[in-house]
Design a protein around this ligand. Structure first.
Ligand code: B12
Ligand code: SF4
Length: 480
């Protein structure tokens, strides 16, 4: 059977704010995960509209489309088009799970929740000619799942083809997060077996890895065993973690020893009342500065995540947040406008208060205001959000932030990393257009590693006396 799997591009793809580099980072891991359930005789193609033009003249037997909120309209358009040709179309993913009735109007079958349990059942039903209209995930496990079909990923089109998820979900329950809705009806946090995760990592070519797990550190026993297993593999990796996980004794040390060099940290708000209102309790009473110091002392760069527009935020929040982030020497920052995703506690609360102002899903991209903020106008919130990006990434601010680093090596790394992401968009665009993005990967690895592969010893090693085995292989002289 011929199967076409599609990750549609979000509507932003045709907007002036489109940043090709952002969408040439990660391949469609969810679809490659599902592709693994087909048999060898099946002809499976994955197309990611963010990085390639879709071939829509084909006539596969089955079309499977992944739907995020910001690509929902495009996904429906594609689904309708294939269905008009009489082709069986199935839709799944986060947005389908949030709004099944909306999605069902464009599909022969829809899927709610993660696909590892429902997808193989559907394939069997479909082959036997009796597929159901809706499949709801209940049995959550990654144990025994088949190997992801990474061979279907066009690696050369991505800067980070080695993205990986070794767990699903998160142990926390923040009001604005997608996860409560997506994992409803079953477990909402579970991991692979450590050995399976290590085998998957071992099989990935190159050095660089990016863990896309919501909370890689969420299960301490698992995380510790994973990091211990990775020591000696010569990897350089990035991931996301909470402030609390950074402050945990032991865990971060193991992570750094196994190659952690940059962490996305969800600070979200500097105001404890905001955090309490969003049930982000795990950030309350945490010493943000201590977490930052700890990461920097171990040579780990920080991508700080901040959300604007919670009910305690007024027009001062933008400048104070940026000023704080710059003073802390945070290397990169990701700002978001609070977005009440459908079927979250936040959405329900705002809908009950009559505060939702738009149901145009294209605007639910964390760059637009789709609700009535409590202490400022939507215009002030949107303008403040853009100002925060501009101010944080001004050369002046970057240089000021760089000054917080104590060694020239760390300063240079900070400068290149922060500047590289936001200051050279036109260079990125040309590289991506020429399909040469993979060639930049060694530079990314080198910068992350504190120019380790260029012969300079990363500060993680200086401070902790840690040994980087990959460097030992490259150049025995630089191992201390
Ligand atoms: C990597 C990532 C990105 C990457 C690339 C995404 C990609 N190539 O798929 C980039 C950086 C481009 C990105 C951008 C954005 N992202 Co993003 N991203 C993620 C992240 C961290 C991981 C996604 C992932 O690979 N997961 C692992 C795989 C295995 O899981 P999966 O894709 O969900 O697939 C499983 C199921 O969903 C299901 N499934 C999925 N599709 C289908 C289809 C069928 C037919 C079936 C049966 C099952 C099924 O089965 C799969 C296996 O279980 C998630 C957080 C998360 N944990 O999901 C946020 C997340 C998806 N992003 C989000 C957002 C908001 C955005 C942005 C709007 C942010 C912004 N301000 O720019 C943009 C726009 C995205 C878009 N294209 O529309 C939200 C989505 C909210 C929503 N309701 O849709 C999330 C959940 C983050 C969050 N916590 O809020 N993102
Ligand atoms: S910690 Fe992050 S992933 Fe976990 S529930 Fe909160 S926002 Fe979602």
């Amino acid at each position: 059977m011929k199967v076409k799997m599609i990750l549609p591009a979000l509507t932003e793809a045709i907007s002036p704010h489109w940043r090709p580099i952002k969408y040439s980072l990660f391949p469609p891991l969810g679809l490659a995960t599902l592709a693994a359930f087909f048999s060898e005789d099946d002809e499976v193609v994955i197309q990611d509209e963010h990085v390639e033009t879709l071939d829509l003249d084909d006539e596969p037997d089955l079309v499977a489309i992944q739907v995020y909120i910001t690509s929902a309209y495009r996904a429906y358009e594609l689904a309708d088009r294939y269905r008009q040709k009489g082709i069986y179309v199935v839709l799944g993913g986060l947005h389908v799970t949030s709004l099944p009735d909306e999605a069902a109007a464009h599909a022969d079958t829809i899927f709610l929740g993660p696909g590892e349990d429902t997808w193989p059942k559907f394939i069997a039903d479909w082959r036997s000619g009796h597929p159901e209209k809706i499949y709801k995930s209940r049995d959550r496990t990654l144990i025994g799942a088949p190997k992801i079909r990474r061979d279907l990923i066009k690696r050369h089109l991505y800067l980070v083809p080695n993205s990986i998820v070794v767990s699903r979900g998160c142990p926390h329950h923040c009001d604005f997060c997608y996860k409560e809705s997506f994992f409803a009806g079953g477990k909402s946090f579970y991991t692979q077996a450590v050995d399976d995760a290590l085998a998957e990592i071992e099989a990935l070519p190159g050095r660089h890895l990016f863990f896309l797990d919501d909370h890689l550190f969420g299960n301490k026993t698992f995380a510790k065993a994973l990091f211990e297993g990775m020591i000696g593999m010569g990897r350089v990796w990035q991931a996301a973690g909470t402030v609390y996980s950074v402050l945990q004794p032991d865990l971060l040390e193991k992570a750094v020893e196994s190659g952690l060099r940059s962490l996305f940290v969800g600070f979200e708000s500097l105001n404890p009342t905001n955090l309490r209102q969003q049930h982000k309790y795990h950030n309350l009473n945490r010493d943000y500065q201590a977490a930052i110091r700890r990461l920097h002392d171990m040579g780990v760069m920080i991508n700080g995540s901040f959300v604007f527009g919670m009910d305690e935020d007024d027009e001062n929040v933008f400048d104070s947040t940026v000023e704080w982030a710059v003073q802390q020497g945070i290397e990169t920052a990701t700002f978001h406008i609070l977005t009440p995703y459908p079927d979250t506690a936040l959405y329900r609360q705002m809908a009950a208060e009559g505060r939702i102002t738009s149901d145009n899903w294209d605007l639910y991209d964390t760059r637009h205001v789709v609700y009535k903020p409590a202490k400022m106008s939507p215009e002030v919130l949107e303008a403040g959000y853009w100002r925060a990006y501009r101010e944080f990434y001004r050369w002046n601010a970057i240089f000021q932030s760089v000054q917080t680093k104590t060694t020239w090596n760390d300063r240079l790394r900070h400068l290149i990393y922060a500047g590289g992401w936001k200051k050279f968009e036109s260079i990125w665009d040309s590289i991506i257009r020429a399909e040469q993005v993979a060639k930049v990967r060694p530079l990314l690895e080198s910068v992350l590693n504190g120019f380790g592969s260029l012969g300079v010893i990363p500060s993680a090693k200086r401070k902790q006396g840690l040994e980087d085995f990959s460097e030992k292989e490259l150049d025995p002289k630089i191992v201390t």
